[in-house]
Design a protein around this ligand. Structure first.
Ligand code: ATP
Ligand code: MG
Length: 491
């Protein structure tokens, strides 16, 4: 392991790193920082949650002259939440150098942003659409930018942001340095990226698997109509500290959220149709633990770093293996462990295999828990809580009352009553989730909801459902689907 000092990081940033509790660099940081500080263009690929933000953030901050009140660094990120988060991390890193980062994104008041831009930030973190808006209105000056970063580069290039990115980069001096980062980088996307850069150095942190090994990956084969109750049972058994449930459509996100609330969970949903204010407030409630379950579309799949996320559920399996990697990467970050559980309908088993092939990791099969399992699981959660309290040994004040109770009842009854009181009441409010077609290779365009462009060049050909009705055996299904997956990549 390499220390940041060994990487040539300057004193003010060292001070910030110490405050942030970063003792050693992560592999992507150890490889990127020196190369980027020498001025190289870099394509950096490393698993989710391994510190890519600081890997590009530190060399960017190092190059900035704090006395020059002009935008010298520009970071482009695919979602608003991510832009905010990256700006926060940059500000933490840059605090003692007097360098300031500002996030700008759609859905926020233009006037307020313009005022904030006039305040002279050194670094701007922006979503592509809003940044272009400012460029066209000439309310942002990026002609002094020396370093440009595309975070989640493949995501932005993949679905039609390529022209936007090109337009953005055209506004920046040619002698700029360009850094491009993501946990996934399909070859074709990397080729596009390379065209935007000057003989980039490629850093790929060697890993056997695309996913980090501290995430335990499971799948449950389950027909569509049983998914919700299975999710309910699973949440009861696992009692996650924080869980994210990914679903394919905004409508299903709303329905799952309402269903979970009706069953007594503290859950809220987020997707691209909500106002920015709502999205921000849901996320901050989740971060602070005021809700335990976040239901989301892929808008929350990329880059979000929320500590305490112990479980990720794919209520619907995503179309792309890359999306799978990013979704499950919301847990198991910075060396912590996590669990990812994907619900697969029987027709989607082939798709599961194709995801496993690309990610080079295996999901273990879990049997769907029964209601009885859930009940037992819930009681276990209570028992664990009781045991913890017993271990704390601070119970003297209750002894007399306890004795009194035991004189009138037998101990089993008393404990059973305590367990009952402490166990979350299971509700069986009926919940109906409208159905969706299973993922099929020749399925519809992948429905993401962050400002996809209509001129999306990558699309699935064929009719909805065809591939999914492939009745071939599991392996055959996998082969077919993989074949189609590759076709999509090449079209
Ligand atoms: N050297 C380090 N030591 C300890 N913690 C670190 C270090 N570098 C980064 N972290 C922390 O690890 C977490 C994940 O970092 P970050 O969000 O940059 O990951 P990422 O690689 O960009 O992941 P993703 O692919 O999901 O975007 C953050 O909470 C960050 O503060
Ligand atoms: Mg990131």
């Amino acid at each position: 392991m390499t220390t940041f000092k060994e990487l040539g990081v300057s004193t003010p940033i060292m001070k910030a790193l110490e405050k942030m509790g970063f003792e050693e660099s992560t592999p992507i940081q150890a490889e990127t920082i020196p190369l980027a500080m020498q001025g190289n263009d870099v394509i950096g690929q490393a698993q989710t949650g391994t510190g890519k933000t600081a890997a590009f953030g530190i060399p960017m901050i190092e190059k900035i002259d704090p006395k020059e009140r002009k935008i010298q660094g520009l970071i482009v990120a695919p979602t608003r939440e991510l832009a905010v988060q990256v700006a926060e991390e940059i500000n933490r890193l840059a605090k003692f150098k007097g360098v300031r980062a500002l996030s700008i994104y759609g859905g926020q008041h233009m006037e307020r942003q313009i005022r904030a831009l006039k305040d002279g930030p050194h670094i701007v973190v922006a979503t592509p659409g809003r940044l272009l808006d400012h460029m066209r209105r000439k309310t942002i000056r990026i002609n002094m930018v020396q370093t440009a970063v595309l975070d989640e580069a493949d995501e932005m290039l993949n679905m039609g942001f390529i022209d936007d990115i090109r337009d953005i980069l055209k506004g920046i001096p040619e002698e700029r340095q360009t850094l491009l980062f993501s946990a996934t980088m399909p070859k074709e996307i990397r080729d596009i990226a390379t065209n935007l850069m000057k003989s980039p150095k490629e850093i790929k942190v060697k890993a056997k698997e695309m996913t980090v090994e501290n995430i335990d990956q499971y799948f449950i084969e389950i027909p569509e109509k049983f998914k919700f109750d299975t999710l309910n049972n699973h949440l009861d058994i696992n009692a996650p500290e924080l869980a994210i449930i990914f679903s394919r459509t905004k409508k299903r996100v709303d329905e799952i959220t309402e269903g979970l609330q009706a069953r007594g969970f503290r859950a809220e949903g987020t997707h691209g149709d909500l106002t920015q204010g709502k999205r921000t407030s849901v996320l901050s409630k989740f971060k602070s633990g005021r809700i335990d379950v976040l239901v989301a579309t892929d808008v929350a799949a990329r880059g979000l770093d929320i500590s305490g996320v112990t479980h990720v559920y794919n209520f619907d399996i995503p179309q792309d293996p890359e999306s799978y990697v990013h979704r499950i990467g919301r847990t198991g970050r910075a060396g912590k462990t996590g669990e990812a559980i994907s619900f697969i309908t029987p027709r989607e088993i082939g798709h599961l295999k194709s995801i496993e092939k690309v990610t080079k990791s295996k999901m273990k099969r879990l049997m769907p828990p029964t209601n009885q399992d859930a009940q037992r699981g819930q009681q276990q959660v209570t028992v664990d809580k009781l045991t913890k309290t017993i271990e704390q040994k601070d119970l003297q004040a209750y002894h007399e009352t306890a004795n009194g109770l035991l004189q009138e009842n037998d101990s089993i009854t008393v404990i059973a009553a305590a367990l009952k009181l402490l166990t979350k009441e299971r509700r069986d409010t009926p919940v109906r989730i409208s159905s969706v077609a299973p993922i099929s290779v020749k399925g519809p365009n992948r429905s993401k909801d962050n400002n996809r462009r209509p001129n999306n060049k990558r699309h699935y050909s064929g009719q909805r459902g065809q591939g999914g009705r492939n009745q071939g055996g599991r392996n055959q299904g996998g082969r077919n689907r993989k074949g189609n997956y590759q076709k999509r990549r090449n079209d």
